[in-house]
Design a protein around this ligand. Structure first.
Ligand code: UD1
Length: 453
């Protein structure tokens, strides 16, 4: 079947009955307000330890639902989204212990026999990645109630492909009072062709299919490194997944999985953030705990802007000594340039010696940051799904708002090339995805402070 255009059935009978009051679950996971204060920086110099990938860790945490026992996830980033996902899993009935080991965080996740298959709105609305519990809950409990995520700063962001794909595996869904309620008498493998290589849909289907009876093939699957990381975790748990990281994934369902240990893949988006900072402030950096093979398109585009970058084992050395060159950039699903890199590259191009075109092909509405760059004096305008950027030598520090995680970080790094103080408000977006960004930047010479409000 073709996974597209899912239209939920509206049920009159189904009423929301969250068995644990949402308020008590969600209270510890309230978002803490913060601001980032940034001053113009001299050249950067030093070494940075890159954390584990947020976009992988969140899905690996959800995958722990698939097997009873004690799971251990190493190299988990210490960020607000991991706390939120812990909240979702704790609401479902898992218990999570966090340990600090050698500058990294390890999560020990206990999944017992009893779970309550509900992800409450109060947490899902803060982090749409919580929808990743849908596939694992249907596969293990045969039931899942997950608040339907609303739109966000990227635009509408539907989950129709997740739902249509899970229906092809034998689940049924109803939408009632803002919740999606899924049930199944047992998932059965199927061939599913995605209209678009959605990361979230591929992951949800993968996590459902590993315990389905029979074989599943996902055609036009997303190829992001985080999907290969999820598949390697699932295979270690006893699943049979072949082809993850390519556009065809074959899965043979198994009756049960076991709890295991796994180390989260390094965060390629954090690498992009420090390289963007280098492109603006200049200097020389070595980034440790990276996967250079996941960064080819980013390195190509930054190379075109004039940065010199070379891999040294699992580290990346980079140097920038001159004003960036104007360059065109365009996002595509992996192995194309990740949409999450775009605001960071736009920040660099704001300082380039000419006019650049930046094209967003993945999320049509992902230009919420343009007005904020304009407040800092950037020569930037939107034309359909393109940005036209007339580079300037320096920006002017101003109060701005972070509209989402990566655009927030992009405003911070833009501040490194701005006269005066740049105050990036709504810093909680940045805190969702970055581990101690201000400390890591300060350690390489960038004057950045984070203030709790
Ligand atoms: C994930 C990442 C996000 C990244 C994005 C694309 C996480 C937590 N987030 O988001 O940082 O920017 O991949 O690399 O891993 N779409 C539909 N219907 C669906 C699903 C998606 O129309 O059912 C559309 C989306 O609106 C978007 C495109 O497909 O236009 C890509 O979305 P998708 O790959 O699913 O992104 P996410 O998994 O949400």
């Amino acid at each position: 079947m073709c996974a597209r255009n899912f239209t939920p059935k509206f049920s009159r009978n189904f009423t929301r009955s969250c068995r644990v009051p949402a308020r008590s679950i969600c209270q510890p996971y309230l978002i803490r307000m913060s601001r980032y204060l940034v001053q113009k920086s001299g050249p950067l110099d030093g070494e940075v330890h890159i954390s584990g990938a947020k976009n992988s860790a969140l899905k690996l945490m959800a995958a722990c639902l698939l097997a009873e026992g004690t799971h251990t996830l190493r190299n988990v980033p210490d960020i607000a989204d991991v706390t939120l996902m812990s909240g979702v899993l704790e609401a479902i009935g898992l218990s999570i212990t966090r340990k600090q080991e050698d500058h990294t965080t390890t999560l020990v996740i206990e999944r017992g026999p009893d779970v309550q298959p509900e992800a409450p709105y109060e947490l899902v609305e803060k982090m749409r990645a919580s929808t990743a519990v849908l596939g694992p809950l249907l596969a293990t409990v045969g039931e899942a109630r997950v608040a339907m995520p609303g739109g966000d700063d990227f635009g509408a962001r539907p989950i129709d492909m997740h739902l249509a794909g899970l229906e092809a595996l034998g689940a049924s869904f109803e939408l009632s009072h803002g919740d999606i309620f899924g049930t199944t008498d047992g998932l059965v493998g199927a061939e599913i062709a995605l209209d678009y290589p959605s990361v979230g849909a591929t992951e949800n289907l993968l996590m459902a299919a590993v315990l389905a009876s029979g074989s599943t093939t996902i055609i036009n699957a997303a190829r992001e490194p985080e999907i290969a990381d999820l598949a390697s975790f699932l295979n270690r748990m006893g699943a049979t997944v072949v082809g993850a990281g390519t556009s065809r994934i074959d899965i043979v369902g198994v009756p049960e999985l076991r709890a295991v240990e796994h180390t989260v893949v390094p965060d390629r988006l954090e690498v992009g953030t420090f390289l963007a900072a280098l492109g603006i402030a200049g200097g020389e950096l070595t980034l440790h705990n990276t996967r250079p093979d996941h960064l080819e398109m980013l390195v190509d585009r930054l190379g075109a802007m004039g940065l010199r970058i070379s891999p040294e084992g699992d580290s990346l050395w980079a140097m920038s000594r001159s004003r960036p060159r104007a360059t065109d950039v365009a996002t595509l699903p992996y192995p194309g340039l990740a949409t999450d890199f775009l605001p960071l590259l736009v920040a660099v191009l704001c300082f380039a010696d000419g006019t650049s075109y930046a094209t967003e092909n993945v999320f049509a509405g992902r230009f919420g940051y343009v007005g904020e760059f304009a407040r800092m004096g950037a020569g930037i305008r939107v034309e359909d799904h393109h940005l036209v950027i007339d580079g300037v030598e320096s920006l002017s520090g101003a109060p701005v708002r972070a509209p989402d995680i990566r655009a927030g970080a992009a405003l911070v790094v833009a501040g490194l090339g701005a006269e005066g103080i740049t105050e990036v408000r709504d810093g909680y977006h940045i805190d969702r995805g970055y581990e101690r960004l201000e400390e890591k930047l300060r350690a390489i010479g960038a004057p950045v402070e984070r203030v709790d409000d």
